[in-house]
Design a protein around this ligand. Structure first.
Ligand code: CAA
Length: 389
């Protein structure tokens, strides 16, 4: 199996590494040798860590012997599958897809690792829109087990099945969306966490550190919400927010992320965002106060409401949402499992309190309202998103 990866940045080099670790032949394409050489160093560094920890038996050099790099698309002439991972600019993605469409064999599949741009919009530019699909990895790809598989309205079901199998061959757990929605499952929920975190800070309910302390110390998330935004890249956060809201997702007034991007403080990649990092591109866990007054149910309330929306619209079910959050964001428990433990009545109270302040996005979803009004409030009542014996 030969895989072409276009774009060797944060995600692209990680996807290439994952494919090579799975024994696949990889063709990695980018616009300059400087960028490609940097990507090779990053793959080597990551593979070395995985080898030293015993996660992989093969040496980094042996894995990397399967990766060929080039600034030309010509090396993808024989590829069975291509994955694009260039910046989130629709015109740029379309250009990449036009190039791939010319070079890659006609029966091969073209996938995009976009975080939020509709797959249909990208596929339409090619002569094979039924062979174009979303294959969404999580940062860092070598560690995160999830791959979201997103068929567009044109995608052939065989292409979806092939992509699901490919994700498994790469050692990942695929979650397949039934219908394409902007931001997919992961980033629709991530956006809601970002929005609530921002609302709390901008309305002076809490500080950035207090929100993050509650997320890490009470909810036991691996990173605080602002810390995760820094890790993902604040430019990426602003882009995915814009794409989802422009396509119908409800907005919440917030300027914090945009202001950081305007000041070129992009998070880990630039060395500074909401927090300071040792050097550009180098993450180290941020220091947070051990105590926080922020109720954990407040942090996840809007995200749980989004989960209810995804269920209502039959995009995915509760287990699939929780798989996304556990394997894509390393949550210790699923989002909806947490909601069941906290109590859906408490989540609903948070949503009502905040929507009463005038925030449209917090209007409780009918699925949630119905569950609570019929006494399904989670673990305490024996039934919520899940059934408890
Ligand atoms: N390759 C190999 N190993 C790596 C690595 C990489 N790229 N990155 C980190 N590691 C290793 C470290 O070397 C370390 O190994 P040891 O335990 O052997 O020392 C281990 O992973 C833990 O790393 P750290 O000590 O640096 O920090 P940590 O304990 O906080 O773990 C983390 C880091 C795994 C990233 C963890 O914080 C985490 O799970 N965070 C959440 C990440 C997340 O949510 N990602 C999804 C973002 S959303 C997205 O990507 C999609 C989108 O469209 C926006």
């Amino acid at each position: 199996m030969q895989i072409a990866v276009v774009g060797s940045g944060t995600m692209g080099h990680g996807i290439a590494e994952v494919a090579a670790m799975a024994g696949m032949e990889v063709k990695l394409i980018d616009i300059s040798w400087d960028i490609l050489n940097k990507a090779k160093e990053r793959m080597y560094d990551s593979l070395k860590r995985l080898h030293e920890r015993g996660t992989i038996k093969e040496t980094p050099d042996s894995v990397l012997s399967r990766v060929e790099m080039s600034t030309s698309y010509e090396i993808a002439r024989q590829s069975d599958f291509a994955i694009e991972a260039v910046p989130e600019i629709l015109d740029l993605k379309r250009k990449v897809f036009q190039e791939l469409d010319k070079v890659v064999p006609k029966d091969s599949i073209l996938a995009t690792n976009t975080s939020s741009i509709p797959i249909s919009d990208i596929g339409e530019i090619t002569s094979r829109k039924e062979r174009v699909i979303g294959m969404h990895f999580f940062n860092p790809p070598p560690l995160m087990k999830l791959v979201e598989v997103i068929p567009s309205k044109y995608t052939d079901p065989d292409v979806t099945n092939f992509t699901v199998d490919l994700a498994k061959k790469m050692g990942k757990t695929p979650v397949r969306l039934r219908v394409e929605v902007p931001g997919f499952v992961s980033n629709r929920i991530f956006l809601r966490l970002l929005q609530e975190a921002c609302r709390e800070v901008e309305s002076r309910e809490a500080t950035v550190e207090e929100v993050d302390s509650s997320a890490r110390n009470k909810l036991k998330l691996p990173m605080g919400v602002f810390e995760l935004a820094d890790y993902v890249g604040l430019d990426v956060v602003v882009d995915l927010w814009k794409v989802i809201v422009e396509r119908g997702g409800t907005d919440v007034k917030c300027s914090s992320y945009k202001e950081k991007v305007e000041r070129k403080e992009l998070g880990v990649k630039s060395g500074k965002g909401f927090y300071a990092y040792p050097s550009p591109g180098k993450y180290s866990k941020v220091q947070l106060p051990p105590e926080s007054k922020v109720p954990p149910e407040r942090i996840i309330s809007l995200a749980v409401n989004e989960g209810a929306w995804l269920i209502e619209n039959n995009i995915v079910n509760a287990q699939e949402i929780d798989t996304v959050m556990k394997l894509g964001f390393n949550f210790p428990k699923g989002l909806l499992e947490m909601a069941d433990e906290i109590g859906l009545d408490k989540i609903l109270n948070q949503l009502r309190e905040i929507s009463d302040m005038g925030y449209q996005a917090y209007l409780p979803n009918p699925v949630l309202v119905k569950m609570v009004s019929s006494g399904e409030i989670g673990v305490r009542s024996g039934k919520g998103f899940y059934v408890y014996k």
